[in-house]
Ligand binder design. Structure first.
Ligand code: NAD
Length: 492
């Protein structure tokens, strides 16, 4: 079985204790991709020290030059796109079309970060005193600890790592233990692009490894993507340690369909939003709120369309539209929620594990739909993270928005309507970091702010220009060229 390593200070090394874990293809458990280091505090310490040392020189490399290296990384991601898509599909299950999209997001982010090397704008303001100049600059912070989930093994790390690097920070990255191979390819690509040793490090492992990153005194910023429970624990620890932390956490996203909507479009949207990536997106559509006038017709069409979705292993079945869920634990969790749902609402599609033919050895779950879901139901309120859609009925715009907002999370939201007034009101009223009009809850673009409110985030936004607020601190500079002591607030 292939043995994979950590990447520390430009070297491929095993974990110091020699412990490992296996990486398994969720579409076929018999297919073991390889064993990866199960790292602990000592490995994180080696990586953090290398990153701290590398920071002393990387921060002095002109930002346009750092950007040039990231542009090359984007080119290499492009060159290795097909190979990397296959690696990703094998280790986390989504179809090749989707893993190609995952890599495209990293390419877009690399090129965006590259150009930002020539911007990273500061701001100036006039001084209140004569012969004095006020400037402000974005400064790198130091070593960033990046901890991510498995569902976007290249895209999500790229949203954090590439902006962090162009700003002059160095990185210790812990990929998810469910998609570690993609993390190693990330290191290969950055190395080939010219990122110097120690600037980017990969340490594989699970909870203990993540905790060691959060705790390490040389790591000053933590960028996390994962569940809300984990994110809250990390934020609490970062609070004690006075560390900057950005959190991208869970979602329970709703698509509203009003009675004047284009139903065909809304149907296509919910199929992609709810069952794309097997429902394992933070932005997945897990609630559908239907106006009562179109409810019955829409549900009939939805159930028929969901039954036609082709489940299968993305690597070997080019017709597959819905891959497996990530592992046995996640499958068990989904099946438990299906049991909960049976007691709370009506099951109208799916509800079981799928084991026919080529699905027999994978973690496949039928696309599942519940109707008559009340706002108090657990399947309405809690993130399931699988191909399970909860349908509720509303009788007005106000009720639709009230249902959509009755949720602990606030990542994505969507409304299908041809009433321009309702569309603009929804943009204003939906409590979410992202609102789509006549498009599903998934589909974020790399150059726009990405993140959520309420239980989804802690006020930061990745993507676009906003991510640079996470990975820099502002420095204010006052230059007094009067040749005398000038006292602010006193001598003006
Ligand atoms: P998870 O919270 O179990 O794990 C995420 C990462 O944190 C993994 O690398 C894990 O090893 C690490 N980790 C776990 N416990 C830790 C701890 N105590 N300290 C430090 N690190 C720790 O999440 P998951 O199951 O891998 O991913 C699914 C979740 O991720 C869902 O809730 C989903 O909504 C969320 N997600 C959010 C976004 C977003 O941008 N908002 C994107 C993708 C996924």
């Amino acid at each position: 079985m292939p043995q994979f390593s950590n990447y520390i200070n430009g070297q491929w090394v095993p974990s110091q204790a020699g412990s490992t874990f296996d990486n398994i293809n969720p579409a076929d458990q018999r297919d073991v991709i390889g064993s990866f280091p199960l790292s602990a505090a000592a490995d994180v310490d080696a990586a953090a020290q290398a990153a701290a040392e590398a920071f002393t020189s990387w921060r002095l490399v002109p930002a346009p030059k750092r950007g040039e290296i990231l542009r090359r990384a984007g080119d290499i991601f492009e060159r290795r796109k097909e190979e990397l898509a296959a690696i990703m599909t094998r280790e986390m299950g989504k179809t090749l079309t989707e893993t190609r999209g995952d890599i495209q997001e990293a390419i877009d982010t690399a090129y965006y970060a590259a150009t930002e090397g020539r911007r990273l704008f500061g701001m100036n303001a006039p001084s209140e005193l004569a012969n004095k100049m006020n400037l402000s600059f974005r400064m790198p912070i130091g070593v960033c600890g990046i901890i991510t989930a498995w569902n976007f093994p290249i895209a999500v790390p790229s949203w954090k790592i590439l902006p962090a690097l162009v700003c002059g920070n160095t990185v210790v990255f812990k990929p998810s233990e469910d998609a570690p191979h993609s993390g190693n390819i990330f290191a290969e690509i950055l190395e080939e692009a010219g990122v110097p040793p120690g600037v980017f490090n990969v340490v594989h492992g699970a909870v203990d490894c993540g905790k060691a990153i959060v705790d390490h005194p040389a790591i000053h910023v933590v960028g996390f993507t994962g569940s809300t429970a984990t994110g809250k624990a990390i934020a609490a620890r970062c609070g004690e340690l006075n560390k900057k932390v950005s959190l991208e956490m869970g979602g329970k996203n709703a698509q509203i369909v009003m009675d004047d909507a284009n139903l065909e479009l809304a149907l296509e949207g919910v199929l992609w939003g709810a069952f794309g990536t097997t429902g394992q997106r933070c932005t997945a559509t897990s609630r559908l709120i239907l106006h009562h006038a179109i409810h019955d017709e829409f549900v009939d069409r939805l159930v028929m369309a969901a039954a036609k979705l082709v489940l299968g292993p993305g690597l070997t079945n080019p017709r597959a539209q819905v891959g497996p869920v990530i592992n046995q634990r996640q499958l068990d969790k989904i099946l438990t929620y299906v049991d909960v749902g049976r007691s709370e609402a009506s099951l109208v599609a799916g509800g079981s594990r799928a084991t026919d033919g080529e699905l027999a050895n994978g973690f496949f779950m039928q696309p599942t739909i519940f109707t008559g879901v009340q706002r108090t139901a657990r399947i309405f309120q809690e993130e399931i993270f699988g191909p399970v859609l909860s349908v509720s009925v509303c009788s007005s715009y106000d009720e639709a928005v009230s249902l959509a907002n009755d949720c602990a999370y606030g990542l994505s939201s969507s409304i299908y309507t041809n009433d321009v007034n309702a569309a603009f009101r929804a943009v204003r009223d939906l409590e979410a970091g992202i609102t789509y009009v006549n498009a599903p809850t998934i589909g974020a673009e790399a150059h726009m702010p990405f993140g959520g409110i309420k239980g989804t985030g802690n006020g930061h936004r990745e993507g676009g220009w906003t991510v640079f607020d996470i990975f820099t601190e502002w420095k204010s500079v006052y230059i007094d060229y009067s040749g005398k002591l000038q006292r602010a607030q006193i001598d003006n």
